[in-house]
Design a binder for this molecule. Structure first.
Ligand code: GDP
Ligand code: MG
Length: 286
């Protein structure tokens, strides 16, 4: 399956039936239920349908309305050297995998990457990350299980001033969400000892298959950490992704990356066109 295949197929039937014509009440109903089953919130789906109606109901209008309400493109803030990126999020969403993908992407561009294993809560987390990056031309800095993650980060930043990019993997499984936020706050504070511009990115990783749960995670994380962007993972499986529209509406957090598989190259920059084309299907513009 490619990017958003299942997401796309949901929409496909409905939208193709609409080609060039105004929506019948039944098609409006179908579009609404398709949006909802693609993890748009009911409120968002109704607002979109309302706007589509006001603008004249054609298939072009559907695309235009979705494009206008999708989060806009915002590039990763990677121009300062060195830059520090944190990847945060709950357990299992794909933080460690995404750190490996980003390491691969930036190392391929010739950047001097330091990968920081700051998830010291799970023994397996260190092994997982060091194994994923072991054949890459990057430096790995980790710590023992139970060691202080802030000291791992401190060590990485103080011993590798040659680096152009620090990619920091963080823990998702901590006993309470307060403890998790405290841990992140500590990591942010440590990075700021080296530069007030650090970290350039705090990327909240959301599992695309979790739908509106991702929306609730964003609401809860944004209270404790100044998130700069989202990474939407697992968009190859049963992913839908409509929740990014609600997250943008309410929190104004842009989406920066899309991940769609377990291979290192299954990562791409987000653009509104990519997500909307995927939603509507390739035949849509034909
Ligand atoms: N299909 C698919 N699986 C993914 C993707 N990203 C991560 N995974 C898988 O999701 C599981 C959890 O990923 P991991 O990076 O360990 O999550 P973490 O707990 O947030 O660090 C692993 O089995 C990954 O291989 C993706 O984009 N697509
Ligand atoms: Mg992990």
């Amino acid at each position: 399956m490619g990017l958003f295949d299942s997401f796309k197929s949901l929409f496909h039937q409905t939208v193709l039936k609409m080609q060039g014509k105004a929506l019948t009440p039944q098609q409006e109903e179908e579009l609404l239920s398709t949006l909802i089953s693609s993890d748009f919130s009911l409120k968002k789906a109704q607002t979109l349908l309302e706007t589509i109606r006001e603008k004249g109901n054609s298939t072009d209008v559907v695309r235009e309305v979705l494009l206008n309400s999708a989060p806009p493109f915002e590039p990763l803030n990677d121009t300062s050297v060195p830059s520090v990126f944190f990847l945060i999020g709950v357990n299992g969403v794909g933080k460690t995998t995404t750190v490996a993908k980003l390491s691969h992407m930036y190392a391929s561009k010739g950047k001097d990457v330091v990968v920081v294993g700051a998830d010291t809560f799970r023994a397996a987390a260190q092994d997982q990350l060091s194994t994923l990056v072991q054949n890459m031309p990057v430096t790995y800095v980790g710590g023992d299980r139970g060691s202080d993650s802030a000291s791992v980060l401190y060590k990485a930043l103080s011993e590798h001033s040659h680096a152009s990019l620090f990619l920091v993997d963080t823990a998702g499984r901590i006993h309470t969400s307060k403890a998790l936020i405290d841990e992140l706050t500590k990591l942010i504070k440590v990075s700021k000892k080296f530069s007030s511009d650090y970290p350039q990115e705090i990327l909240l990783v959301l599992d695309g298959t979790q739908g509106m749960q991702g929306y609730r995670q964003a609401i809860s994380f944004v209270k404790g950490a100044p998130i700069t962007g989202l990474v939407l993972t697992k968009m190859d499986s049963t992913a839908k992704g409509g929740m990014i529209f609600s997250i943008w509406d309410e929190l104004k957090i842009p989406v920066k990356l899309l991940c769609f598989g377990q291979q290192l190259t299954d990562i791409d920059f987000y653009t509104p066109e990519k997500i909307v084309d995927a939603i509507l299907g390739d035949d849509y513009n034909a």
